[in-house]
Design a protein around this ligand. Sequence first.
Ligand SMILES: Cc1ncc(COP(=O)(O)O)c(C=O)c1O
Length: 330
Amino acid sequence: MKNFDQIARITISHAPTPLEFTPQLSKKLGCKIFFKRDDCTGLAGGGNKTRKLEYLLADAKQKQADTLVTIGGLQSNHARQTAAAAAKFGYGCELVLQEVAGTPEADYHNNGNLLLDHLFGAKIHLLKLSEDCSAYAATLMARLESEGKKPYLIPIGGSNAIGSLGYVRCAIEILQQLDEQKIQIDQIVLATGSAGTQAGLLAGLIAAQSDIPVLGITVSRSGEAQQVLVDTLLRGILIQLNLDQQLANGRVIANGNYCGAGYGMATDAMVAAVRQVAQLEGVLLDPVYTGKAMAGLMDLCAQGVIAPGSRQLFLHTGGSQGLFAYREIF
Ligand SMILES: Cc1ncc(COP(=O)(O)O)c(C=O)c1O
């Protein structure tokens, strides 16, 4: 592998984040469940985007950018963390945020992540469902350039081969913690959306010659479609790390049974999972990603698809700030 530590990076996260056992949840599910607490990465309340932004901001700095532009749903956690990173490192921030069908009425437009985006001083471009985010962002980039700015476009979720390096690093961190704590795990479970977290994690495990399986629970598409997305990105990361892309063969697993009617749309199982983890472990999940991933983990344990007594590492990718946009659902 290319010398990973020499790839440009800015330190933002409070890492290593804790890796901890969840005794009450484990008892309830009949498996040993550990949480990797990436909800504690620090930036703007934490979450998985902090690690991606460490590499993306280093790239923006190398390119002498002065403004960060990114795209997401109205309650995007990625947008919130990008806005905070922009504030911290002195960039302007323009967020292209789109309405999401089937989401709550009361607080979705002014609470949760959106409230925080405003606090961090980001400029918000609110797009209707019918508008094309990518085309809008391209026009915005051109306009900023014509005004003499140097904008840097971060893709949805920070999920390109640069941002995903944050999860290569996280995989190495997890393996170190498992070794130090003398824990063996059978699988890592996480929410997968724009794919960079799962792809980066797998690339890191592959680089370290670990064969721990990584199960992605999808939040917006079928398992098959997600598998293609993660696999494509994983191969791109492996190439970037000078590793053989054939090492990706057979590594991506995605389950699309728990995303409900679509991205951001609540399911009863998500609400139950968020409530149970709060009441059993005092840990807040989120309504869009980790709540659905946990609903999947719980159901797969109940069905016996995940073997009783097995050891599962749940990657808590953050997002609890979004709960405040979903008050009426809870
Ligand atoms: C809280 C949370 N969990 C998980 C994810 C999914 O990560 P990825 O988009 O890298 O698949 C996101 C992405 O926005 C997120 O905000």
